[in-house]
Write a protein that binds this ligand. Structure first.
Ligand code: GRF
Length: 200
């Protein structure tokens, strides 16, 4: 299956997915909304086509999303993977890729949608935190949960120590979620729950 990965920055989740070498997965392109995204260099060095669709060059979200979709479709994506992609997408964009658009969010959703999740988890005093891979639906940081990883919040944790602990798990669960998708093992029930079929 052809996969397009969208990034905005470092791209370590994209790297983890590329390095996983998932059988049957072809990384068709890595696209960034920021020309200076660090992850673009890694992708290019691996011979993966890269593109920049700079949101600053468009007058509206609709115009940006339309250009982004056009670029994605040029590469014939069967799965679109948001990996640290820091733009809110329009409903029209999300609907266009419904069922084949995934995101990773650094919290145990539905806790802590939005930004600064690690700091907010520390301030809330929760003992467990983590990351969630989910199919994207129009509401922000919502949608059927594919896989989650749980990490402890330890006494003395700060944003850096906690985010590093979570990130290690992100690099494990995102390739796993993509692998399941590529193996055609994921279905979403009418109630919005993801079922993972047993390996054939
Ligand atoms: C990750 O923590 C991801 O969950 C969040 O932004 C960060 C991106 O990191 N949405 P990277 O660009 O994949 O290294």
């Amino acid at each position: 299956k052809s996969i397009v990965i969208l990034i905005s920055g470092r791209g370590s989740n994209m790297e983890a997915i590329v390095n996983a070498g998932i059988p049957g997965a072809r990384i068709a392109a890595v696209i960034s909304n920021r020309p200076d995204a660090k992850g673009l260099a890694f992708a290019a060095a691996r011979g993966i086509p890269t593109a920049v669709v700079d949101h600053k060059a468009f007058p509206s979200r609709e115009a940006f999303d339309a250009a982004l979709a056009e670029t994605i479709d040029t590469h014939g994506a069967e799965l679109v993977v948001l990996a640290g992609f820091m733009r809110v997408l329009t409903d029209a964009f999300v609907r266009r890729y419904e069922g084949r658009l995934m995101n990773i969010h650094p919290s145990l959703l539905p806790s802590f949608p939005g930004l600064h999740t690690h700091q907010r988890a520390i301030e809330a005093g929760v003992r467990a935190h983590g990351a969630t891979v989910h199919f994207v639906t129009p509401a922000l940081d919502c949608g059927p949960v594919v896989i989650q990883a749980v990490v402890p919040v330890l006494p003395g944790d700060d944003e850096d120590s906690l985010s590093a602990r979570v990130l290690r798990q992100e690099h494990r669960i995102y390739p796993q979620a993509v692998r399941w998708f590529v193996e055609d093992r994921l279905t979403v029930t009418a109630q919005g729950q993801v079922r993972v079929r047993d390996e054939a």
